[in-house]
Design a protein around this ligand. Structure first.
Ligand code: CP
Length: 302
């Protein structure tokens, strides 16, 4: 992993996933260390973020490294017409590693091809969000005790949800059964279903949540991604289709846990937050440990 960019979750092999998860567990025990002393990480966020940016920054700060960057591209020279290539080639002079979120699919791959320092893709449009996937896997492992043979229900915007796409690609290596619950307009793109079929991974598609709720080990709720719709009416039609309430959790497995990459809009009622099956805020906390593990692995410091 040393020196290697993390652009897509498929950049890592199964043993590399396992190494990251095991290192994250070490950081969870002791997340304040001096490992990154003398290192600088650049966080370039061309799109809004709360969890990803702040957990990357917290991960670096806790390990005594330094962070440079921007959280709003309007404060960068991209507003003057600077290209992404020039931005990356410039910022690479100031840091050891670049964490980048960008609205364009493929932007992280492009950056990794021209950058002299490794790139971590913190989300490229509707495409991939691999560090989120690793923290999702860590959360699944922590709550279920295994990654193997789990039934995973993914609910909401499966078309534009990059965290969904990355999670499916990673979990398919662990013999899952998937339930995909979405409005017809927001179904999982065909290419992901083709990959699952060619790997003999069972999956079911539905518009209702009921069946999936009864069998799921993990219920992965997602937000309908307003910013990805070209037609505002399509968004209005689908935005409130799924609202998880406590009463819907009565017949779920006792060990089932609810994950959500967040931010939430209306898809999980706030009354669920205190339900013992709700795990999304702990999931966000796990992001710090997993991102510490990713950064240290790429910099060859662990
Ligand atoms: N999960 C996630 O990517 O959240 P942010 O958009 O707040 O970073």
């Amino acid at each position: 992993m040393k020196g290697k960019s993390l652009v897509s979750i498929t950049d890592y092999q199964i043993d590399e996933y396992k190494k990251i998860l095991s290192l994250a567990a070490e950081f969870e025990q002791n997340s304040y260390q001096n490992i990154l002393h003398g290192h600088v990480v650049a966080c370039l966020f061309f799109e809004p973020s709360t969890r990803t940016r702040l957990s990357f920054e917290s991960a670096v700060n806790r390990l005594s490294g330094r962070v440079v960057g921007f959280s709003d591209s309007n404060t960068s020279s991209s507003t003057k017409g600077e290209t992404l290539k020039d931005t990356i080639l410039t910022v690479a002079n100031y840091c050891d590693l670049i964490v980048m979120r960008h609205p364009l699919e493929g932007s992280a791959k492009f950056a990794s091809e021209i950058s002299p320092v490794p790139i971590i893709n913190a989300g490229d449009g509707a495409n991939q969000h691999p560090s989120q996937t690793l923290l999702d896997m860590y959360s699944i492992l922590k709550t279920q005790g295994t990654l193997e043979n789990l039934t995973i229900a993914l609910v909401g915007d499966l078309k534009y949800g990059r965290t969904v796409h990355s999670l499916i690609m990673a979990m398919m290596h662990f013999s899952p059964t998937f339930y995909f619950v979405s409005p017809p307009e927001l179904r999982l793109p065909k290419e992901y279903k083709q990959i699952l079929t060619s790997n003999s991974i069972p999956f079911y598609e539905a518009t209702e949540m009921q069946t999936a709720l009864e069998v799921a080990d993990i219920l992965y709720m997602t937000r309908v991604q307003k910013e990805r719709f070209s037609d505002p009416m399509e968004y209005e039609k689908t935005k409130n289709m799924y609202i998880l309430k406590n009463s819907m959790l009565d017949n779920t497995k006792p060990t089932m846990r609810i994950l959500h990459p967040l931010p939430r809009v209306s898809e999980i009622s706030t009354c669920v937050d205190t339900n013992p099956k709700a795990y999304y805020f702990q999931q966000a906390q796990n992001g710090v440990y997993v991102r510490q593990a990713i950064i240290c692995s790429i910099l060859g410091l662990k």
